[in-house]
Design a protein around this ligand. Structure first.
Ligand SMILES: C[S@@+](CC[C@H](N)C(=O)[O-])C[C@H]1O[C@@H](n2cnc3c(N)ncnc32)[C@H](O)[C@@H]1O
Length: 462
């Protein structure tokens, strides 16, 4: 795009905010910093020229203007005048923009400090019509999490939301019967593709579980009842059979908790022991026979498409959750923290359940580990522990038994965590340890532990 003339530097732009126009190989013209620009500097306010949809469809779309026009809030097509049309795209933008319908203009503001010579970029959206060259990302080797802008959040950020082409597609997808399933190809996110099932003995992933031999199989019914009452029928072990009958011996699977469960009194049992058991169901028959050598495992071949289907209703639920994340990011930003947030809502369709939200507090706490995810996990742990104390008080008042609730020892069993940014390896491990069901994030990170630098759940030994 634009002219790639031999002279690559134009005079400094007369908006005098320290920007000039310059050409780059593969991108055409772009906006560059002539000098150091502090964070939160308004570098440009561009007036906007409007076209009707019809004018755009019949004319604009077939001209070079197509590279510059975008949807305004009310459905008209808009063209930013001034520098506005010359900001190139980056996945890690250093400039955010706000549409102002009062003045029919767009405000461009830096989201971090900009060094002289750096290009100023905005985030166009996730579906680009060209092959992006991305040099706006942090260039000085500093921590991208610290220097993070608003990349990715524009999809759910109210101020930016309606300016992206994909938003119209998103609104259309959410519209209609809540139970209607959305085609996998139309979903507004990409799924991390799990690796194929383990089909070699030494690649089977296992975890340690407590088991106990039951010398008299007539006690099995009573023991299964006890497992339930004791809260040990954890969904985490749902892929494994509870009882193994081998070489004339009956063995009962108890739990994967770190410490051995206290066995019921009145039944004569040996001490529990720990054995390795598969971490997931068998997806193929070969894997089934291998996994069963560790412990009897259920055979659960994946359905076509392999992963859980998404309905329009579930998408609406997820978009609402992401809006909560974006608002939390704004709150964090307003108090000088990094705009990184994590949110866990009750599961889709559930009327009630755990709910918590947290943002990064590394700046105010002066603590390098106060990542949003760790703050979220701590919030949930604190709430759980408070709830348990309250339950204990009620139980002791009522003389009830002190039994953990089903799956209550894990913090995020069956829950989805929504994040502004892909969690780092430390946070991914915390989520995994909390037995999170799924993680949905907006902004991928090179250092991430959910597909960026590694995908933790797929690592050998985890
Ligand atoms: C709004 S214009 C930006 C200014 C444009 N570079 C020019 O010279 O006029 C959008 C166009 O710039 C180009 N562009 C923007 N960001 C880019 C990027 N990261 N990599 C490659 N081309 C980019 C694409 O051709 C796109 O259609």
């Amino acid at each position: 795009m634009g002219s790639n003339s031999a002279s690559t530097t134009a005079p400094e732009h007369f908006n005098s905010t320290g920007c000039h126009i310059q050409c780059t190989e593969g991108k055409g013209r772009g906006v560059y910093a002539s000098r150091y620009i502090p964070r939160k500097t308004i570098v440009e306010i561009s007036p906007v020229l409007f076209f009707t949809k019809q004018e755009y469809e019949e004319h604009g779309k077939h001209t070079v203007l197509d590279h510059y026009t975008f949807n305004w809030k009310d459905g008209r097509m808009a063209l930013a005048l001034g520098l506005g049309s010359l900001f190139n795209h980056s996945n890690t933008p250093n400039v955010s923009f706000t549409l102002d319908p009062q003045t029919d203009s767009i405000k461009y503001e830096t989201v971090r400090e900009i060094d002289p010579g750096e290009e100023l970029c905005i985030f166009y959206g996730h579906k680009l019509w060209f092959d992006p060259v991305d040099v706006c990302s942090v260039q000085d080797g500093s921590d991208p999490e610290i220097d993070d802008g608003w990349g990715g959040l524009s999809v759910v950020n109210e101020e930016h939301r309606e300016s992206t082409i994909e938003n119209e597609a998103l609104l259309a997808l959410m519209d209609g019967d809540e139970n209607e399933i959305i085609d996998e190809e139309s979903l507004p996110f990409t799924r991390y593709k799990p690796p194929p099932d383990e089909e070699e003995l030494d690649t089977i992933r296992t975890m340690l579980a407590w088991v106990v031999d039951v010398p008299d199989p007539r006690h099995i019914t009573a023991l299964l009842k006890w497992l339930k009452q004791a809260g040990l029928d954890n969904p985490d072990l749902g892929h494994l059979k509870r009882i193994r009958k081998q070489d004339g011996k009956t063995t009962l699977l108890l739990s994967t908790f770190p410490t051995a469960p206290t066995l019921p009194e009145g039944i004569d049992l040996p001490d529990p022991i720990q054995v390795p058991v598969p971490t997931s169901a068998a997806l193929t028959l070969t894997s089934l026979s291998l996994k069963t050598t560790f412990w009897p495992t259920f055979y659960a071949p994946r359905r076509k498409g392999e992963s859980e289907e998404w309905s329009r209703g579930k998408l609406r639920w997820a978009v609402e959750a992401m809006k909560a994340v974006a608002s939390e990011c704004k709150r964090a930003k307003a108090v000088g923290e990094l705009p990184i947030a994590a949110y866990v809502p009750p599961p889709y369709g559930a009327e009630d359940g755990k709910r918590a939200i947290a943002h990064d507090t590394r700046v105010s706490a002066g603590h390098p580990l106060r990542h949003a995810v760790l703050n979220l996990v701590r919030t949930i742990a604190a709430a759980d522990s408070q709830e348990k104390q309250d339950d204990d008080t009620v139980q002791s008042m009522e003389g009830g038994i002190d039994a953990p609730r089903n799956g209550s020892n894990y913090l995020l069993t069956s829950l989805t965590v929504f994040l502004s940014h892909e969690p780092c390896i430390m946070c991914s491990m915390a989520l995994l340890h909390s037995r999170v069901k799924e993680v949905i994030y907006l902004h991928p990170m090179k250092t991430g532990g959910c597909g960026g630098s590694a995908c933790l759940p797929t690592l050998q030994g985890i």
